[in-house]
Design a binder for this molecule. Structure first.
Ligand code: MN
Ligand code: ZN
Length: 340
């Protein structure tokens, strides 16, 4: 079978690999049908993802159809359409015992530390598969994964109706967060440097937008919250100054969420956190949020249609990644598709 491997940073290759077989542990064989390209896949390709190991078959937004199940599979049957959880955890470290396998001490993320979904078949445990709603096309279904990341950040932030939320960044991550955050009923401010992204944010449920290239985010955020400052801030921009900006903007007793993976030091000061007794929390990947994401779609609360801008066949992954690098403004989510 075919797969797409990042041999080393900068080198992407169509390879022949052995088709996986069902084992007691990986008891479901999935024939892949769609796999999304995420910013972190691009980071692994370019060698800027500190967590990745090489060579790696990347892809963590993994949709397919069950081809065969092992004797001990209890729920799935051939023909079922599923999305696969990217998180593989040990189950017994401190984080796992606390029910937080997404930060397992021995975390293995599919497509990052172990092979992911850019290959024709995968064998995975049945418990890592989630049934897709019938109405949802396979290409669109890859968007469930970014949705789970958004649910994770809102849940870590304990976002609720009485909050005022500042989302810094209106790109792919920020707009997924907005689509989930709006369901809380919180008042939402979105800040970004791109005017067209802010216009889109207003359409998607933001109450206010701030152009951070032209306006002072801290000042505007305070004005828009009656002087108090946002009670929840989520950093979906993850730039050099974004964390400091959010700490300054945050209202007393607020929560500030980090989502970045940069290892570059950033200057902050303790006074901002201590004087307002802020909770600064990280949000990484997602912790069993697929069911919740799928439920929101089924209930009609979340509409993912229109999210996919381009598709490329798996074999043309190089072309797809080159296109991503072109930063063409028409790019939203790009999906790799598989031939029958
Ligand atoms: Mn992703
Ligand atoms: Zn663990």
């Amino acid at each position: 079978m075919k797969g797409i491997q990042i041999v080393k940073p900068g080198e992407i290759k169509l390879i022949d690999m052995e088709k996986p077989v069902i084992t007691e542990h990986d008891n479901v064989l999935i024939k892949m049908t769609a796999a999304g390209i995420c910013g972190s896949d691009v980071g692994i390709y370019h060698g800027t993802n500190a967590a990745a190991t090489y060579p790696r078959v990347i892809g963590h937004e993994m949709v397919g159809v069950v081809e065969a199940v092992g004797g001990n599979a209890a729920h799935l049957k051939p023909g079922d359409r599923v999305i696969v959880d990217q998180v593989v955890s040990c189950g017994h470290c401190y984080a796992c015992r606390k029910g937080r396998g997404n930060v397992c001490a021995d975390l293995k993320v599919r497509g990052v530390h172990i092979d992911g979904g850019y290959r024709e078949y995968m064998a995975v445990p049945e418990k890592d598969c989630y049934l897709l709603p019938e109405s949802l096309p396979d290409e669109t279904a890859v968007m469930i994964e970014p949705t789970t990341i958004a649910i994770q950040s809102c849940s870590r932030a304990e976002l609720c109706e009485e909050d005022t939320l500042l989302i810094f960044g209106a790109g792919a991550l920020g707009s997924s967060i907005l689509k989930i955050a709006r369901l809380s009923g919180a008042k939402i401010i979105v800040a970004d440097i791109m005017e067209d992204k802010l216009t889109e944010a207003l359409k998607n449920g933001a109450d206010f937008t701030v152009n951070s290239a032209k306006e002072d985010v801290v000042e505007r955020a305070k004005e828009l919250t009656g002087g108090y400052g946002p009670t929840v801030s989520i950093d979906a921009a993850c730039t050099k100054d974004s964390l400091l900006t959010l700490l300054k903007a945050a209202g007393n007793a607020g929560r500030v969420m980090t989502m970045g993976f940069s290892v570059a030091p950033t200057e902050i000061n303790q006074f901002l956190i201590t004087s307002k007794e802020l909770d600064v929390r990280g949000s990484r990947l997602q912790n069993k949020k697929f069911r919740e994401a799928i439920k929101l779609i089924q209930e009609g609360k979340l509409d993912l249609s229109g999210s996919i801008s381009h598709t490329f066949p798996l074999e043309k992954a190089q072309e797809a990644f080159d296109f991503v690098d072109s930063r063409d403004p028409s790019i939203r989510k790009i999906v790799l598709t598989f031939s029958d």
